[in-house]
Write a protein that binds this ligand. Structure first.
Ligand SMILES: Nc1ncnc2c1ncn2[C@@H]1O[C@H](COP(=O)(O)OP(=O)(O)O)[C@@H](O)[C@H]1O
Ligand SMILES: [Mg+2]
Length: 349
C-alpha cells in the first residue's frame, strides 16, 4: 500500500508547496511512483503544476469526463450521494512520468465545517459516519489505481478539521519551517495541538460507528520524519548568515526540547534505530537549504524542479550560467540526500 506523507505546518509561506513539488520530483526520480495531493483550497500546488493559470482555466481541467479533483472525489460522501467514492483521474506532470497530481479545488473549503462536526461528534451521528474515513479512502483507491508508492500531501496553513484528518490519517509527516520567529512560535503550537489530535484519533479508531462506516476511519499512527528548514541567506556562499543561524538554532532547540518529547509521549516517533539507520536525527533538519534565489522563478516558469533546469531554461550564458549551475547541483545533492533518508525510513519502518 502507498505510504502517505503529509507536509504540515499551520504557518503559511514556509515552503510546504515548494517542497512538495521538488521533493516529490526527487523521490520520483529515484524510482518511487509519487502522487502529489493538493489539499489546500488555495490550490497553489495545482496552479504551480499547471503553470499558474487563471481560475477559469482550472475549470477546464476539472471539466473532462470522470472525477478530476479532490472536491469531486469526496462529493459522494459529503453530499450524501448514492454513488460510491471512486479514484480521481490524476494529471500527468510534464518531464516526470513517475509523478502525478491529484488536483485541488477551492470548494474543498466548503467541506471543512461538516467534517469538523463529524469529527467532534466522533461517530455518534449515523449520517456523518462516512466522513472521517472518506479522505483516506479516496487517496487509497487513487494510489491503487496508479500503483503509487507515495502520496505526498500538501496542506493548507491551518489547524482546521481537514488538516487534523489529513495529519492523523497519514503514515508520516514532515514539518517545513522558515528560519524566523514565526516558525519558532509554530513549533510550540504544534506541541500543544498534536496531543489533542492524537487523542481524538485514538478515540476515532475504536468508535464502532466509524468502524462500521462505508469508509471506515483508518488505523494509522503517523510518525514524524523531521523538519525542513529553508530560505535562509548564505554567508560567503557556505553557511547560513548569523541572523538566520540564530533562528535555525532556536528552531532546533524548540524541536528538540519541546516538540520531540511531546511526539514521543504520543507515539508519533519511530524507534530510534530506524532514524539512526537512515542517518536522521529527529531534532535536526531532515533537509536544510538556502534561498533558491533566481532558480525559484525559473522553476515556476518552466514547471520544473529547482535542481533540474536545463541550460536553455536557465536563460543564462558564460560565467553567470556556470555559477547558477553550480548552485543547482548543490540543491540537487541536498534534495537527493533528503529523499534517500526518507526512502531509507519508509522502506524499513
Ligand atoms: N528555498 C526557497 N528559496 C526561495 N524562495 C522560496 C523557497 N521556498 C519557497 N519559496 C517561495 O516562498 C513562497 C512560499 O512558499 P510556499 O511553498 O508557497 O509555502 P507554503 O506552501 O508553506 O505556504 C513562495 O513564493 C515560494 O516560491
Ligand atoms: Mg502552500
Amino acid at each position: 500500500m502507498a505510504k502517505q506523507i503529509a507536509l504540515f505546518n499551520h504557518k503559511g509561506g514556509v515552503s510546504k508547496t515548494t517542497s512538495a513539488f521538488n521533493l516529490g520530483w526527487m523521490l520520483a526520480k529515484k524510482g518511487k511512483k509519487v502522487i502529489l495531493v493538493d489539499c489546500d483550497p488555495q490550490c497553489n500546488l495545482t496552479g504551480m503544476v499547471l503553470g499558474f493559470k487563471k481560475s477559469d482555466e482550472f475549470d477546464a481541467i476539472y471539466k473532462g469526463k470522470g472525477i478530476r479533483n479532490i472536491r469531486d472525489g469526496l462529493a459522494p460522501a459529503f453530499e450524501s450521494r448514492p454513488t460510491a467514492i471512486e479514484p480521481v483521474i490524476c494529471l500527468t506532470i510534464k518531464g516526470q512520468s513517475n509523478m502525478l497530481l491529484l488536483p485541488g479545488h477551492i470548494g474543498l473549503a466548503e467541506y471543512e465545517v461538516t467534517l469538523g462536526i463529524a469529527q467532534e461528534l466522533s461517530g455518534s451521528l449515523v449520517t456523518l459516519q462516512n466522513l472521517p474515513g472518506s479522505l483516506s479512502h479516496l487517496f487509497n483507491i487513487t494510489a491503487e489505481k496508479y500503483n503509487a508508492d507515495i502520496m505526498l500531501v500538501d496542506m493548507s496553513p491551518s489547524l482546521g478539521p481537514i488538516n487534523q484528518n489529513l495529519l492523523m490519517t497519514s503514515d508520516y509527516f514532515i514539518v517545513p519551517m522558515a528560519p524566523d520567529y514565526f516558525s519558532v512560535m509554530a513549533t510550540d503550537s504544534l506541541a500543544s495541538v498534536l496531543p489533542k489530535w492524537a487523542s481524538w484519533s485514538k478515540q476515532a479508531k475504536i468508535q464502532p460507528l466509524l468502524q462500521k462506516a462505508t469508509y471506515p476511519f483508518p488505523d494509522k499512527n503517523p510518525k514524524f520524519l523531521g523538519i525542513i528548514v529553508q530560505k535562509y541567506r548564505l554567508r560567503e556562499g557556505k553557511t547560513p548568515s548569523a541572523a538566520f543561524q540564530k533562528w535555525i538554532d532556536e528552531i532546533e532547540e524548540g524541536v528538540r526540547t519541546r516538540l520531540v518529547p511531546v511526539l514521543r509521549q504520543n507515539g508519533m516517533l519511530l524507534p530510534d534505530q530506524i532514524y539512526k539507520a537512515a542517518g536522521v536525527q529527529p531534532a535536526k533538519p531532515l533537509i536544510q537549504m538556502s534561498d533558491f534565489n533566481s532558480l525559484i522563478a525559473l522553476s515556476q516558469k518552466h514547471k520544473a524542479p529547482v535542481f533540474d533546469l536545463t541550460d536553455k531554461q536557465l536563460e543564462q550564458t558564460g560565467v553567470v550560467l556556470e555559477i547558477t549551475k553550480k548552485s543547482m547541483r548543490q540543491f540537487h545533492e541536498i534534495f537527493s540526500a533528503g529523499a534517500d533518508r526518507i526512502i531509507a525510513i519508509i522502506d524499513n519502518a
